[in-house]
Write a protein that binds this ligand. Structure first.
Ligand SMILES: [Mg+2]
Ligand SMILES: [Zn+2]
Length: 177
């Protein structure tokens, strides 16, 4: 099974320092939805793993998060794409939960759900914590320079084996070459 794990904000859609807290604020990065559809066509299972601490901070509720994700799913469907699952951590940044990236809890949930070995599985993120969470369970980290990626690229803690791409579309172009 070919499995790929994507961060959401800053990878699939534009990020915001004020959080994406309504469906209206969710706007896809050009080419990202088509890239996911291409992964589907090439036999990849595509799973999202996303920190959503806005829930834990009380900025928006689960109903709103579901509505935002529904907009993503519908937008994807319009270009023939789909996600196999969306995993998220709803806890606040100061939580001691096991699922907020850089902890690998979401990735372990994904491994269990898909009965998958995560060794070498591509994980695509724009923040250091995305790549750290993936690297902790043996994923191959891909840094994209959308979202917070330009800043992340300068971080000395960037995993040594991180591959750097302009955006999700260029990652997918390579994976489907
Ligand atoms: Mg992000
Ligand atoms: Zn959590």
């Amino acid at each position: 099974m070919k499995l790929i794990i994507l961060d959401r904000d800053g990878v699939i859609n534009y990020d915001s320092d004020q959080f994406i807290k309504s469906p209206e604020e969710w706007k896809p990065i050009p080419g990202s939805l088509e890239a996911i559809a291409k992964l589907n066509q090439w036999g990849w299972r595509v799973v999202v793993a996303s920190n959503q601490s806005g829930v834990g901070r009380g900025l928006f509720g689960m109903d709103t998060l579901n509505a935002i994700n529904e907009k993503m799913v519908k937008s994807l469907a319009q270009v023939g794409g789909r996600l196999d699952a969306i995993f998220f951590c709803p806890h606040a940044a100061d939580s001691t939960c096991e699922c907020r990236k850089p902890k690998p809890g979401l990735f372990l949930q994904i491994a269990a759900r898909f009965n998958a070995d995560l060794a070498g599985v591509p994980c695509v993120g724009d923040s250091l914590r995305d790549l750290q969470a993936g690297a902790a369970v043996g994923c191959q980290p891909y840094l994209v320079l959308t979202g917070k990626g330009l800043k992340t690229r300068e971080d000395p803690a960037l995993p040594d084996n991180a591959l750097i791409y302009p955006d999700l579309a260029s990652v997918v172009a390579d994976l489907t070459a």
